[in-house]
Design a protein around this ligand. Structure first.
Ligand code: ZN
Ligand code: ZN
Length: 140
């Protein structure tokens, strides 16, 4: 469904370079473009990614500027689930120890911003729709 209602915006005059005008990304949520931009942001320090380990559980966190909507991506993911409560989508990876030779762990990040994006599907309460890849350094 396309929305083409012209320029009927009633937004305020502030013009804050924010997420209000960024539509939910439904056309190319996995475009490599987001990964490229994210890489640049990582180099610039606009985006940070790290892994924190505690109690045998490693949690990857990515925060900073989203390559698409520019909000805080606010992403975290448990890499090493110890017991139960497993996430079905990760079951296949869980069969193998996630140990990269060079200490970098590839991570698929979904934007989980709290901004408002027109077109966000019902039932989805956060994010702008994009996914991108980063490699996170695993600090022993
Ligand atoms: Zn985003
Ligand atoms: Zn956003």
């Amino acid at each position: 469904m396309t929305v083409d209602s012209g320029s009927g915006s009633t937004a305020g005059p502030a013009g804050a370079a924010g997420s209000a005008d960024v539509a939910y990304q439904a056309d190319a949520p996995n475009a490599y473009e987001w990964t490229e931009v994210a890489y640049d942001y990582l180099l610039d320090g606009k985006l940070t990614a790290g892994i924190r380990s505690a109690g045998g559980i490693s949690t990857a966190r990515v925060s900073g500027t989203c390559p698409y909507c520019k909000d805080d991506v606010n992403f975290s993911e448990v890499l090493d689930a110890v017991t139960g409560e497993s996430m079905g989508t990760l079951s296949r990876r869980a069969a193998q120890p996630a140990q990269a030779d060079d200490g970098y762990v590839p991570l698929t990040v979904s934007c989980r911003c709290t901004g408002q994006h027109p077109g966000r599907p019902a039932g989805v309460s956060y994010g702008c729709g994009v996914n991108f890849r980063v490699e996170v350094r695993r600090d022993a």
